[in-house]
Write a protein that binds this ligand. Structure first.
Ligand SMILES: Nc1ncnc2c1ncn2[C@@H]1O[C@H](COP(=O)(O)OP(=O)(O)OP(=O)(O)O)[C@@H](O)[C@H]1O
Ligand SMILES: [Mg+2]
Length: 490
């Protein structure tokens, strides 16, 4: 497993947290049990000492030497098992003691003796006698306000320590074992959780521009991973689409340039076959020039669109009078319309309409739309252009009014009575190089880039462009552009 892998980190954290938990729990368990067992021993020692000391007919009533077991049994019917008992006088001399002590004495330190003489009880653990640890209580017996005797009772801590040692061994074995299981389990879980990620990596690695149609198969369960896969698949779809468009675009562009080149080549070859008259040369050169013009127009349009794509074109926006520009362009296009016996008209606009836009681009937009109208309308038809100012719904007070004013926009509607566009083609006409009737459009000098440029111009001015059309009846191109915000007069 790689140390930097997510799998390793997940397992490490999991084991680390579990380890800390287990160790804290074990420590807590061990110390709580140890404390409770020791307290138990102490309280038993103390109650026995109190009992012995409090009995009036106690075998202590008279300090003496000899065996205490018998004395306890006869006078108090007490037979303490596993306890070592000894009685001392107030200055620490050992008197009676239990049989099991044989010739050994329970130790008493000076400080303990001092405590006892002051009437204080002392608990001690002693490991110096034999090899079993002893818990010893030193209990002063107070009679008439003074310490007369001291009772010492000891109890072996062997059982307690045995129990604690067993617990310690159990914990020392189970905790590492549990951690080992946690490491294996954690690895397994991390592997299981991250398996789909590996699958994604594998598939994505195989996807190149050549097989963008490939998708990652989504898991059945809806979870974070399935969402990731969905997102990935959507992204691949978008890439696929862009790639297709790019391929289509380059093949269209080269095709578009190839036609005039083929014509040029053919004409030149025919001309060079034999000596020609100067009239023939002139005619051919004229035709060549037409093709060259067409090519340079295509290249210019393509350059403009590719610059627009990369955002390299700076718009020279200023407040411009749209009404004026329209009148100007209409007059210019009227010549073209007349030559085709078409009627070109604009609505009579009394008021000037100002927009914040690039004047040259606005001209280009109007020219393209009117030119299309002229191109795709049969002789005798008409083209009409209207400007419509649109106001948002009326507003109640002054502050709202300013808000509303900003929402104002203008519609430019270019309608013709031409051939119209079929429903299924209406959304495609804004695509680059798309023409409904390629041969016919080319005949009229079109390459299918005009509306792509219009769309870019409109969008660069935060506007929208739409088409409404009926086959055989005519089309209307509707451009919606925001009006200039109201300015302070000075
Ligand atoms: N007013 C219209 N009436 C009918 N069809 C139209 C109209 N305007 C555009 N079209 C259709 O949409 C296609 C795309 O128009 P666009 O202006 O992009 O290209 P074009 O006019 O063929 O060539 P270009 O404008 O580059 O010289 C046209 O080929 C034509 O089929
Ligand atoms: Mg056009």
């Amino acid at each position: 497993m790689h140390f930097r892998s997510l799998r390793f980190k997940l397992t490490l954290w999991y084991v680390l947290i579990l380890g800390v938990l287990l160790v804290s729990f074990s420590t807590f368990l061990y110390f709580t049990l140890s404390k409770s067992l020791h307290r138990d021993v102490d309280s038993k020692l103390r109650s026995l000492a109190e009992f012995i000391a409090s009995e009036s007919s106690s075998p202590l009533s008279k300090f003496g030497f000899g065996n205490i077991d018998q004395a306890l049994e006869t006078s108090m019917n007490l037979k303490p098992i596993g306890k070592f008992i000894q009685v001392l006088d107030e200055s620490g001399n050992v008197g009676r003691k239990s049989d099991n002590l044989k010739n050994v004495q329970l130790p008493i330190s000076l400080s303990t003796l001092k405590n006892a003489s002051e009437g204080l009880i002392t608990f001690e653990t002693n490991r110096s006698i034999g090899n079993t640890p002893l818990r010893i209580i030193t209990f002063p017996v107070v009679e008439n306000g003074r310490v007369t005797k001291i009772v010492q009772i000891a109890s072996s801590l062997e059982e307690v320590e045995d129990a604690l040692n067993t617990l310690f061994i159990i914990l020392m074995i189970t905790v590492p074992l549990a951690l080992l299981v946690a490491i294996l389990g954690g690895q397994f879980l991390a592997h299981k959780a991250l398996k789909p990620v590996d699958d994604i990596t594998q598939t994505v690695r195989m996807i190149t521009s050549q097989n963008l149609s490939q998708r990652i198969s989504p898991p059945k369960v809806k979870d974070e991973i399935s969402r990731l896969i969905e997102t990935f698949n959507e992204m691949i779809s978008r890439l696929d689409q862009s790639f297709r468009q790019m391929k289509q675009f380059s093949s269209d562009a080269s095709h578009e340039l190839k036609t005039p080149l083929t014509i040029l080549k053919g004409e030149a070859e025919v001309m060079l076959r034999k000596e020609r008259s100067s009239q023939e040369y002139q005619q051919t050169l004229k035709s060549n020039l037409e093709e060259i013009n067409r090519m340079s127009q295509i290249v210019e349009d393509l350059l403009l669109l590719s610059k627009a794509d990369t955002g390299e074109i700076r718009l020279n926006k200023e407040d411009i009078n749209l009404t004026e520009i329209l009148t100007d362009v209409a007059a210019q296009m009227d010549l073209l319309a007349k030559s085709k016996r078409l009627r070109l008209s604009t609505s009579n606009h009394q008021q000037s309409i100002y927009i914040f836009a690039d004047a040259l681009r606005m001209r280009e937009l109007l020219i393209n739309l009117i030119e299309n109208g002229i191109k795709y309308t049969e002789e005798g038809g008409s083209i009409h252009i209207t400007l419509q100012e649109e106001y948002p719904a009326p507003v109640r007070n002054q502050s709202d009014r300013l808000e509303g004013e900003r929402g104002k926009f203008v519609r430019i509607i270019v309608s013709d009575t031409g051939i119209g566009i079929a429903k299924e083609d209406q959304e495609k006409i804004f695509n680059r190089f798309f023409r409904v009737d390629k041969a016919r459009s080319r005949e009229q000098g079109g390459s299918g880039l005009g509306l792509s440029i219009c769309k870019w111009i409109v969008e660069a001015h935060q506007g929208e462009i739409q088409v409404e059309s009926e086959l055989g009846k005519g089309s209307s191109f509707i451009v919606k552009l925001p009006l200039s915000p109201p300015r302070m007069m000075n």
